[in-house]
Design a protein around this ligand. Structure first.
Ligand SMILES: Cc1cc2nc3c(=O)[nH]c(=O)nc-3n(C[C@H](O)[C@H](O)[C@H](O)COP(=O)(O)OP(=O)(O)OC[C@H]3O[C@@H](n4cnc5c(N)ncnc54)[C@H](O)[C@@H]3O)c2cc1C
Length: 464
């Protein structure tokens, strides 16, 4: 992958000129394009791959909103302050705390904008809070498929006649003699090169989780896990930042996932664990506190030198079955079930007595008759009872959370904290709100909140 930053003179000629050029057609890029267009700017989006969507289309499409209209309609009391407290409880070491405040403050407006102006078919999830949140505030497509959200964003982009060019990888950023970014160059093998001039450029090219070298450099604790995101996340924004002397922040933060169904490669819904399921190793034993959540627990699964399995009961399976992907996993034979722990163990040749004992001990703790050996304090619907289900799982890296430091408008900052004129960043390209390091600071929805939230903010600011 080639990336460069070149300086051009005032008389340089462009193949195309727009007010706002957006690099990347995921949730961030499309939200930015819609916001900039609606604020009166002439906008274009260039996308590296042959189809838009990126990681956004692989996500569950969940976006948090604190004190949204939808929460109030459901009788849920929430506030920006509560959301900030939730995010800071797990992500206190963030290098950009002001960004956390900014994102929480616009989160409700964002969810309402998605429904009212973009036409996204989203609803408040009231069944669960998910990782990091103390109040149900995630808004998601009913299917829990990010692809539905991407389709709605794409429809809104098309409705506005915003040009979106796929197969157009940006390799070069152009800046003028004063250091302002003034355009970008598309190129690569088999691609007709072109130079696009822009008053403002928005980096919406996501993070670097698909770039093994950058993952090893910045997020080494999860470098051994497979990457389960989209191919486009190769870290160009980080490489440009290094050449532009832009400030990078929260670079060691990432989202992991402790339970990717093996060998299917789809998510085993964390509802299965949050609502009372457990993870066991090939010895049939639990190895940690699942309360850590799907992101932070991923490295504990990675540290097991054996296969790992999720075990839960029929009631939990029924609850998770509200999610399309979970039902599909069942249909594809990804889950096995049995009427006893001993019988369940036979599917994957686990020691039956050991599995039965692990579940019995866990059930004692869940019933309040013993302290959990691993410190778990939230047991959902456990003790596990009746028919049991099992799924082999593997840990995954979903996306990186570090990136370019931005101000409250999404403008990229340099190493001294000054704005780099003409350059904005959002989503995985920008620094996230999941703490400074590791996966423990990731609260559900942090990825899309900074993608759509910073896209929305940056799009409007870049249009001015
Ligand atoms: C399986 C999975 C589940 C997830 N679930 C959730 C969830 O429920 N909620 C949540 O908040 N987050 C979730 N995340 C994280 C979330 O998907 C990302 O944080 C978010 O999608 C990032 O959006 P983005 O627009 O920045 O990047 P993307 O959606 O990846 O879009 C970036 C686009 O830029 C393109 N691009 C890259 N480089 C270039 C270039 N040089 N030139 C042109 N185009 C380029 C890419 O091809 C891509 O299309 C999940 C991630 C995964 C993998």
């Amino acid at each position: 992958m080639h990336t460069s930053v070149e300086t051009v003179g005032a008389s340089t000629s462009w193949d195309l000129e727009v007010d706002v050029l957006i690099i990347g057609a995921g949730a961030c890029g499309m939200a930015a394009a819609i916001a900039a267009h609606d604020a009166g700017a002439q906008v274009a989006i260039v996308e590296k791959l042959d189809r838009p969507g990126g990681n956004s289309s692989l996500s569950t499409g969940s976006v948090p909103g604190a004190n949204s209209r939808f929460q109030r309609e459901a009788g849920i009391v929430d506030s920006v302050e509560t959301m900030i407290a939730d995010l800071q409880r797990i992500g206190a070491d963030s290098e950009l705390p002001a960004l956390t405040h900014r994102m929480a403050a616009i989160s409700a407006e964002l969810c309402e904008w998605l429904v009212d102006h973009v036409g996204a078919r989203m609803a408040l999830i009231t069944d669960y809070c998910h990782v990091g949140h103390t109040i149900p505030r995630l808004h998601a497509p009913v299917s829990r498929r990010g692809q539905d959200l991407v389709d709605d964003l794409l429809a809104a982009v098309a409705q506005r006649d915003i040009p979106l060019a796929t197969n157009n990888p940006v390799q070069t950023l152009y800046r003028n003699a004063e250091g302002a970014v003034v355009g970008a160059g598309v190129g690569g093998s088999g691609v007709e090169s072109s130079r696009i001039g822009a008053r403002n450029v928005i980096l919406a090219s996501n993070g670097f989780a698909g770039n093994r070298e950058l993952v090893a450099r910045y997020c080494d604790e999860i470098a051994g896990a497979e990457y389960f995101g989209a191919l486009g996340s190769q870290g160009e924004a980080v490489l440009w930042a290094e050449q532009l002397n832009a400030r990078l922040a929260n670079m060691r933060a990432y989202q992991g996932y402790a339970a990717v169904a093996y060998p299917h490669g789809s998510l085993l819904s964390w509802t299965t664990i949050e609502k009372g399921g457990v993870l066991v190793n090939a010895s049939g034993q639990r190895f940690g506190n699942e309360d850590l959540g799907y992101s932070a627990y991923a490295r504990h699964v990675l540290a097991q030198d054996t296969n790992v399995y999720a075990v839960f009961d029929e009631r939990i399976k029924d609850l998770a079955s509200k999610e399309d992907e979970f039902r599909e996993l069942i249909n594809y034979g990804g889950l096995k079930h049995a009427d006893s722990a001993e019988e369940l163990a036979t599917f994957f040749k686990l020691p039956p007595e050991s599995l039965a004992q692990s579940i019995a001990q866990f059930n004692e703790a869940a019933a309040g008759r013993a302290t959990d050996a691993h410190g778990r304090s939230r047991f959902g619907m456990a003790p596990l009872t009746g028919r049991l289900w099992i799924c082999r799982v593997t840990p995954g890296l979903f996306h990186t959370q570090g990136g370019l430091a931005v101000d409250h408008d999404g403008r990229v900052l340099d190493l001294h904290g000054a704005v780099i004129p003409g350059l904005f960043a959002g989503g995985g390209a920008a620094a996230g709100i999941s703490g400074g390091a590791g996966a423990g600071g990731y609260a559900s929805g942090n990825g899309l909140l900074t993608a759509i939230g910073l896209g929305y903010i940056a799009g409007r600011a870049a249009a001015v």
